[in-house]
Design a protein. Structure first.
Length: 213
């Protein structure tokens, strides 16, 4: 899976010379938390609602209302934006983009190709990636949790054989490490209205099924 498969393509942007109040109103209207900032069509930054809020004068200021309004009207996006934001390319594996976002503590990454802004991938897009990968929301699906501690080679071969025997499609298979990260839980999601037969055969094969939902 690549970034281009999950990114938002119709990116709403704002020019660096736009007043911050105008940018804030645009975010409210479009129900978004951030805006890529451009200058002469080139990506130069990104601005968020929280940055605009933090840049606004506090209630403790000695400025008058008229002075405050004038200051806010004059302050532009370019003054408060994050300059030269971290970007990704559309062909980057989506899990690497997720890792970059976590590493740098940011909720959105502009997507750039040949120095041109072509999209943005956000926390909401990442959630969709995870949901799609896990098969959550698929009709008539069942989630089977298996304790894979100390499993032998050929373990997955046996698992797939059971699914084949029951003609049950696998929607996803995820390995989650336990706290000590030496053993794993397998989270298996299959397309089936009733997974009782699959679970019974898995147990007969030695699989420690701990949960079925």
């Amino acid at each position: 899976m690549r970034v281009k498969e999950f990114m938002t393509r119709d990116v709403i942007t704002v020019d660096s010379q736009v007043p911050i109040l105008e940018a804030l109103e645009l975010m409210k209207q479009k129900r978004i938390k951030r805006l890529p900032v451009t200058k002469k069509g080139r990506l130069v930054g990104i601005v968020t609602r929280s940055q605009i809020r933090d840049a606004s004068p506090s209630d403790a200021t000695s400025l008058s209302v008229h002075e405050l309004n004038y200051l806010l009207f004059k302050m532009t996006v370019g003054y408060v934006m994050i300059k030269d934001p971290i970007t990704v390319e559309p062909d980057l594996p989506v899990e690497e983009a997720i890792w970059m976002g976590m590493k740098h503590g940011i909720g959105a990454l502009p997507v750039v190709k040949n120095n041109e802004l072509v999209g943005i991938i956000t926390e909401s897009d990442v959630s969709r990636v995870i949901i799609d990968a896990l098969g959550v929301g698929e009709p008539d699906s069942r989630r089977i949790t298996i304790d894979a501690a100390g499993r032998r080679f050929g373990y997955l071969k046996d698992l797939v054989q059971v699914l084949d025997d029951h003609q049950t499609p696998m929607l996803s298979l995820l390995g989650i490490p336990k706290t000590e990260k030496k053993d794993w839980f397998l989270i298996l999601r299959v397309r089936a209205q009733d997974a009782d037969g699959v679970v019974t055969d898995l147990k007969q094969k030695g699989f420690d099924v701990t949960d079925v939902t």
